[in-house]
Design a protein around this ligand. Structure first.
Ligand code: COA
Length: 186
């Protein structure tokens, strides 16, 4: 498989390229205002990708080449209660269900000021990749995220507006994040 796969996508009037992080990737001066997310991209994302821990996708403006956003995707599994499984009509005798997780998602400060909807667009892209996996590679019924409310409580609203709901089973485990899921086929 080509590790430098690039998919051209359009958002409003701006054309973007969604491409996988590679050893040749030039980072410009990506900054999203949360040091932890910047450090991850600069220092850990490539190592994590080489170790098959997380695969990172970059969203570039096609005309300027500037990185507007990135997300790291990983395989996941979530535990759902009986009533949670009922919501999705998943009548199976096991609690753990397959998922794909957005392990990291961040927009550059510039993109946050310049565009509206790029965060949602990244989720749309994650869903599209999950559907490709489902058709061709392996099953993942949910898109999941640990919404980082430590840095910004508002991200909960962002994910809710994008159709995610909190997971009751995992809700109180770690108060810095809220475990959330979106049914890819709802
Ligand atoms: C969180 C983030 C990805 C959102 O991206 P974005 O492009 O601003 O989001 P969108 O424009 O697609 O927003 C969709 C909706 O969510 C709302 N929303 C987005 N971010 C929000 C926030 N921080 N607080 C409250 N609401 C928010 C928007 O107002 C919009 O609502 P509307 O449809 O009613 O207008 C982006 O601000 C970011 O990268 N933040 C820094 C890193 C981070 O916190 N990542 C998440 C880690 S889990």
């Amino acid at each position: 498989m080509n590790p430098k796969i690039t998919i051209n996508l359009r958002n409003g009037d701006t054309w973007f390229c969604l491409e996988q992080l590679s050893p040749d990737t030039k980072f410009d001066d990506f900054s999203c205002s949360i040091a932890e997310y910047d450090d991850y991209l600069y220092k850990d994302a490539l190592r994590s990708q080489n170790d098959h821990i997380a695969l990172t996708w970059l969203l570039r403006e096609r005309t300027t080449g500037i990185i507007a956003a990135y997300m790291s995707l990983i395989a996941d599994a979530i535990k759902l209660s009986l009533s949670e499984k009922d919501i999705h009509s998943l009548n199976y005798p096991f609690k753990t269900l397959p998922a794909m997780k957005i392990a990291k998602l961040a927009l550059s400060q510039n993109a946050q000021m310049k565009y509206k909807g790029v965060g949602s667009y990244m989720i749309f892209n994650a869903l599209a990749l999950a559907r490709i996996c489902n058709r061709q590679l392996f099953a993942a019924r949910f898109l999941t995220v640990d919404a980082d409310i430590e840095h910004d409580k508002g991200v909960l609203a962002f994910y809710e507006k994008n159709g995610f709901i909190p997971n009751a089973e995992l809700y109180h485990k770690n108060r810095k994040t809220v475990s959330m899921r979106k049914d890819i086929y709802a």
